[in-house]
Ligand binder design. Structure first.
Ligand code: PBG
Length: 334
């Protein structure tokens, strides 16, 4: 542009007022795009806050219904269940995972009865139940595949029978989706959905979650022999392709914000329902900055979630789900 002449094309015109900005917005975040992960524990009358996740709570089972009620009232379509298992109940083989009366199953039965319209997402992995904190079984220091898949399949079946609607294997063993699909179908659970943690990375961002469940201090070594290398991108597509072929109905990329490129590639390549997990470490980072007054709370949270939609995610698992839904409600119809 030379001095004295006007540019004919002005992208800024579409940003002139709020009405126009809303008209041209390419993406939006709605309540239907939210899944709320929740922590619960044995005992009564107790709520504790996760130290590294300010604002995230663990509640005893008697308080679970009132904990979930706001989600149901706001119309959040699904909650993801994470039981805190006492150390005494953990063992080498994660036996508690297949107990039909374990905390997870009791929670699922209770919530299905109280809130039949809220879908329950059940994490399938042995880490809440193993004394070593790994997602599978260990033989000679290695997390073995086939034997682990056998137990994980039983764990998935156990959850589905208790009322979990969406089985979400987060263990990263090979072949577990096919094995779980077959077991569900054989047992008449043909409509139980599978949301596969298909591209799950061996990430530093799960630290606060492991604190929440008490599996962090127990964990021996790391999960690099089964979770993906953060250096890889093509490999994520291979994982997703295999899980879809084995019967996954929905796939997930995890963590979220550092892996938006993976979400975009998965969505463009497969065009299947794709979800992102804004994990505990991302929540902790945002909350730390917010609580220091370094970031504007509402704007930072909503922008972080909208980014997942722009990257191509249908929905996001986020510890901010309630607050985000409240914000969406408050601005709706403005
Ligand atoms: C269990 C599981 C983990 C998370 C979800 N399911 C931790 C892990 O793999 O060690 C992490 C979620 C979060 O950090 O918010 N396999």
């Amino acid at each position: 542009m030379t001095a004295g002449r006007f540019p004919l094309a002005r992208p800024r015109r579409n940003r002139f007022d709020d009405a126009t900005r809303r008209l041209v917005a390419e993406n939006s975040l709605g309540i239907n795009n939210l899944i709320w992960p929740i922590f619960f524990m044995e005992g009564t009358n107790t709520t504790t806050e996760v130290a590294s996740m300010p604002g995230a709570l663990r509640v005893t089972l008697d308080r679970l219904a009132s904990h979930v009620e706001p989600a149901a009232k706001l119309g959040i379509p699904a909650v993801a269940l994470f039981p805190v298992t006492p150390t005494e109940i953990r063992d080498e083989k994660g036996s508690e995972a297949t107990n039909p009366d374990n905390l997870m199953c009791r929670a699922a039965r209770l919530l299905k009865k109280e809130f039949p319209d809220v879908a329950l997402v059940g994490d399938v992995a042995l880490d809440p139940y193993t004394s070593h904190g790994h997602d599978g079984l260990i033989e000679d220091g290695y997390v073995v595949n086939e034997t682990s898949v056998g137990v994980l399949t039983q764990q998935a079946l156990n959850q589905a029978i208790a009322g979990v609607d969406i089985i979400a294997p987060s263990d990263m063993m090979d072949g577990r989706i096919g094995s779980i699909r077959e077991a569900l179908d054989t047992n008449g659970l043909v409509n139980t959905r599978i949301m596969s943690y298909a591209a799950k990375y061996a990430s530093a961002f799960y630290g606060p979650f492991r604190d929440a469940l008490g599996s962090g201090s127990l964990l021996s070594g790391d999960k690099k022999t089964y979770q993906m290398d953060p250096a890889n991108s093509d490999e994520a597509l291979r994982e997703v392709e295999m899980d879809i072929a084995e019967g996954a109905d929905m796939v997930m990329v995890k963590p979220g914000m550092p892996y938006l490129d993976i979400i975009r590639r998965v969505r463009d390549t497969f065009r299947v329902p794709t979800f992102a997990y804004q994990v505990s470490g991302e929540y902790a980072m945002l909350m730390a900055a917010i609580n220091n007054g370094w970031l504007d709370r509402e704007r930072a949270i909503m922008e972080s979630l909208l980014a997942f939609r722009r990257a191509g995610a249908h929905g996001v698992l986020t510890y901010f789900a309630i607050e985000a839904a409240q914000n969406i409600r408050a601005t709706f119809g403005r």
